[in-house]
Design a protein. Structure first.
Length: 227
């Protein structure tokens, strides 16, 4: 698969305003949720050092702790969702309201995330206390967000393929309701530059976009493609 850069896709004729409407945020029943592994809070990576023992023999070096964390939540003042995922020093973010989407990529260091998207869009956040607190700047507007830790199947998903010379792509944020009853999701799908109907996501199951079947991946399956 070709290496993809960050991008911002605007649906034809869609204008981003202060009150963003989410056409495709839908509630689903919480059927067969995947068991979530514990998510480590991002922090300083442990340094590997050797300490001399009284016998003069160095102790075995400790491997660096891998940082893995996922966050998802609502964007204040809108009905959009935002997701941030961290894998070691790399981070990726996604903003979506069902009509407008923005992907962000960048780095994380000492609990600070700094991501960039297409057209000067930015996402910044501070990680700590089981949440990401930050700001999205997009289309000349800025919004604050607080995104709690997301445990699977909640999180960020993406599907992409080239079919008959056309790029088919879709992104979703899949989020458990705060009361634990079911899930909400928001996403967009495109064939080339044309926005098409976004299929409902069921994590682990294929989706059909414009008659073609695609396999959505969680962030571990595509973060390297986006860097």
């Amino acid at each position: 698969m070709s290496k993809l850069g960050p991008f911002l896709t605007l649906a034809a004729g869609a204008v981003l305003a202060a009150g963003l409407g989410v056409a495709s945020v839908t509630a689903q029943s919480a059927e067969s949720p995947a068991t979530a592994a514990n998510v480590a809070e991002p922090g300083a990576t442990a340094e590997a050092t050797s300490v001399a023992t009284p016998s003069g023999k160095p102790e075995a070096s400790k491997p660096a702790r891998a940082v893995r964390a996922d966050y998802a939540g609502r964007v204040e003042g809108t009905r959009a969702l935002v997701a941030v995922s961290v894998r070691d020093a790399k981070a990726i973010g996604y903003f979506c309201d069902g009509k407008t989407e923005a992907w962000f990529v960048g780095k994380v260091a000492e609990g600070q995330v700094s991501l960039e998207g297409f057209g000067g869009a930015t996402l910044s956040a501070t990680l700590g206390g089981g949440k990401a607190v930050g700001e999205v700047a997009l289309g000349g507007k800025k919004w604050d967000f607080t995104a709690p830790t997301a445990k699977k199947p909640s999180g960020l998903y993406r599907a992409s393929a080239i079919v008959r010379g056309a790029r088919i792509k879709a992104g979703w944020i899949y989020l458990r309701n705060p009361n634990g009853d079911g899930f909400v999701q928001v996403g967009t799908a495109f064939v080339g530059d044309q926005q098409v109907e976004t299929p409902q996501l069921t994590p682990g199951q294929p989706v059909t976009i414009d008659g073609e079947q695609l396999e959505p991946k969680d962030v571990d399956g595509f973060i390297e493609e986006m860097q």
